[in-house]
Design a binder for this molecule. Sequence first.
Ligand SMILES: Nc1ncnc2c1ncn2[C@@H]1O[C@H](COP(=O)(O)OP(=O)(O)OP(=O)(O)O)[C@@H](O)[C@H]1O
Ligand SMILES: [Mg+2]
Length: 225
Amino acid sequence: MNKLVINNLSKTFKIGNEFLEVFSKINLEINQGTNIGITGKSGSGKSTFLQIVASLDKPSSGEIFFNDNKFNQMKNDELSKLRLENFGFVYQFHHLLEDMTILENVLLPNQYNKSDKKFNNEEIFNLLEKVGLSERLHHLPWKLSGGEKQRAAIVRAIVNKPNFLFLDEPTGNLDESNAKSIQELLINLSKDLKFSLITSSHDIEFIKMMDLKYEIINRDLIYYD
Ligand SMILES: Nc1ncnc2c1ncn2[C@@H]1O[C@H](COP(=O)(O)OP(=O)(O)OP(=O)(O)O)[C@@H](O)[C@H]1O
Ligand SMILES: [Mg+2]
C-alpha cells in the first residue's frame, strides 16, 4: 500500500515586509486506506496544509514523501504524473472549467490518464446519478448552483480512482441532507476502493466519520479522539 510521510512541515507567507507563520514543524504519516479529518478555526491553515501535501504548493521547510519519492527532488512533470495517477483534489472553491459542460469537466482527468486504474464511462454516469447530477450533464458550470458545482468537482476528483483524495471543505455549500449523502458516498467509496480521504471541514459530524481526527491549533496539528 502507498504511504505519505510528512516531516517537519512548515509554511510561512511573506506579505510585504510581514511574515505570517501558518503552521510549524508538522509531522504526519498517512497509510493508504486510512481516512484523515482535519478541523480548525477559519484561517488556521487547513487549505494551505492540504494544498502542500497534495504537491500543489510548496512548504517553506520540511519534506513530504510519497513512498520513496521526495516531492522537492522531483521534476514538475514527474509530480504531475504522480498527482494524476495517485491524487484527487476537491478545492474549497470548486475550479470547474467554465467553457466545458459538467460531463466534459468530469471526464477530463480520465482522458489524460492512460492507466487502466480508473472508472469507465458507465461507472462515471452512475456516480453522477448518485450525486444527483444526471439532469445536469450537458450544462455549463455557470448554470449550476454552488452545491451542484461542488458535487461535480467531487466526481471529477474520483474518476481516476485516486489513492489519496484531498477534500477541502467538500460539503460546505450543501444543505444538510445532501451533505450527509455525499459524505456517506465518499466514506463508502474510500472503504470499497481502499483509498484515503484527507479532508478538512468545519462539520464535526463529518470529521467524526474519519479514522483519525486532527485539529490545527496554534500552528500545530493536534491529534484528538
Ligand atoms: N497565498 C497567500 N498569501 C498570503 N497569505 C495567505 C495565502 N494563502 C493563505 N494565506 C493566509 O494563511 C492563513 C491560513 O489560510 P487557509 O486558507 O489555509 O486557512 P483555512 O484553515 O483553510 O481557513 P478556512 O476555514 O476559512 O477555509 C490565513 O491567515 C490566510 O490569510
Ligand atoms: Mg480553507
